[in-house]
Write a protein that binds this ligand. Structure first.
Ligand code: ADP
Length: 451
């Protein structure tokens, strides 16, 4: 096992990793930018190192500074959290070159899955069902039109290097295709330095269903069921739940086994998420994330497996926590991502939290790094915290969620809490009857009634 882990992240995920390390008896090193000197992860870690000015490129993405921090503190492994360097294969290699362990998958797997075109090819080869589309990249003027016609309109232009919904454009008809190709490609080039794009069939009203997997790197792998992340705004997840209200045990078993088998064949190491769109009883692979995800707690709540702790264990060469047969799904869990944003315009609202009262009681969990008096800096994402609620049934979970949402107090900044209070009372949500465009349609209809 590792002796000392450096956590190359901030916010709630840095705290989440810190908690797992403490339970395992591993010493922790927090790193922070000058803007995060008073952050909770810095206060709770055994040691901390300032790695640069506020801009992420100069601090949390600053590889030489992170290596120096490892050197100074004698850390033997790095946990990257999510975002920042978590899916940077080169970073994993550089750590290895310095005799440091990267807590995450093998660099080759991060690289393959980070290129969405390669990821789709790999998925197909491993027997995972994929969205119909171009077999590789397409360029404007090329045979793009012929491929699009073959797939059938509407088609979605997607960036090979995509992430966070950027570099994605829908072409409803033939007339839209060339503009969609160039816009998506330019956006991808600006955001990721790579303008390669590919085509996919645009699905009308699918659900976003993702499978959590955990591999030991030696050919052992298990799946931990699905998460339904269909409630999205601008392709960003807002509300996640597990199990999905619409996936049957038989469907879960079928797709879960396909994913676990693929990971066994790859000898995948660590946690990963295989994302699908689900429509008319069929699963279509869209991408794989080779890191811990924001929404991992809902899976933890229903399986009782600590994903971050197990991620650290397998990175150190340990065994999987159990066999596939021993994975059980108990009850239902829902997560709300509470952002410091105006609940109607979604404009970020950084600033000082003047009052903070987290909700409590049976089945209620808050993963957050804020506290009363904390000043949310304007430089990073606007996640204030995640409210995760568990119940024996989905009905009980929703009942408890409404209560917890009414109890929580976050004052001083605007938050998306009013939106969640409305959603938890919305008949379509209560019925589990929604799809990936539902939330945007709901927001456009102006039905958000603040509670
Ligand atoms: P990113 O890496 O940018 O998050 P994804 O491939 O994961 O991109 O897709 C993000 C979201 O975009 C999905 O959850 C879904 O809402 C939408 N999306 C992706 N592919 C399709 C598709 N073929 N048809 C319809 N919607 C899609």
């Amino acid at each position: 096992m590792f002796d000392k882990i450096l956590i190359a992240n901030r916010g709630e995920i840095a705290l989440r990793v810190l908690r797992a390390c403490k339970e395992l008896g591993i010493a922790t090193v927090a790193v922070h930018s000058t803007a995060d000197a008073n952050a909770m992860h810095v206060r709770l870690a055994d040691e901390s190192v300032c790695i640069g000015p506020p801009a992420a490129k100069d601090s949390y993405l600053n590889i030489p500074a992170l290596l120096a921090a490892c050197e100074i503190t004698g850390a033997d492994a790095v946990h990257p959290g999510y975002g920042f360097l978590s899916e940077n294969a080169r970073f994993a290699e550089i750590l290895a070159e310095h005799d440091l362990d990267f807590i995450g998958p093998k660099a080759e797997h991060i690289r393959t899955m980070g290129d969405k075109i390669e990821a789709k090819k790999t998925a197909k080869r491993l027997g995972i069902p994929v969205v119909p589309g171009s077999d590789g990249g397409v360029s404007p003027g090329d045979d793009a039109m012929a491929i699009a016609k073959k797939i059938g309109f509407p088609v979605l232009v997607k960036a090979a290097a995509g992430g966070g919904g950027r570099g994605m454009k829908v072409a409803q008809t033939e007339a839209d295709l060339m503009l969609a190709l160039s816009t998506a490609s330019n956006e991808a080039k600006a955001a990721f330095g790579d303008g390669s794009v590919y085509l996919e069939k645009y699905l009308g009203k699918p659900r976003h269903i993702e499978i959590q997997i955990l591999g030991d790197g030696r050919g052992g792998a298990i799946h931990l069921g699905e998460r339904d992340c269909s409630l999205q705004r601008r392709h960003q997840k807002v509300w996640e739940e597990s199990p999905s209200p619409i996936i049957s045990p038989a469907a879960r078993h079928r797709i879960g086994e396909i994913c676990a088998n693929a990971m066994r064949e790859m000898k995948y190491l660590g946690v990963g998420t295989i994302e699908f769109l689900y429509e008319d009883g069929e699963f279509y692979f869209i991408e794989m994330n080779t890191r811990i995800q924001v929404e991992h707690p809902v899976t933890e709540m229903i399986t009782g497996i600590d994903l971050v702790l197990e991620q650290i264990r397998v990175a150190a060469g340990g065994d999987l926590p159990c066999t596939q047969n021993d994975v059980t799904i108990n009850g239902h869990a829902i997560e709300c991502r509470i952002n410091a944003e105006n609940p109607v315009t979604f404009r970020p609202s950084p600033g000082k939290i003047t009052q903070f009262h987290p909700p409590g009681g049976l089945g209620v969990r808050i993963d957050s790094a804020v506290y009363q008096g904390y000043v949310i800096p304007p430089y990073y994402d606007s996640l204030v915290g995640k409210l995760i609620v568990h119940g024996k049934t989905r009905g009980e979970c929703l009942m408890r969620l409404r209560r917890a949402l009414d109890e929580i107090v976050i004052d001083g900044v605007e938050t998306t809490l009013p939106l969640f209070r409305a959603l938890a009372r919305e008949p379509s949500i209560i019925d589990g009857d929604y799809h990936i465009h539902w939330l945007e349609q709901y927001l456009a209809s102006g039905d958000t009634k603040p509670h």
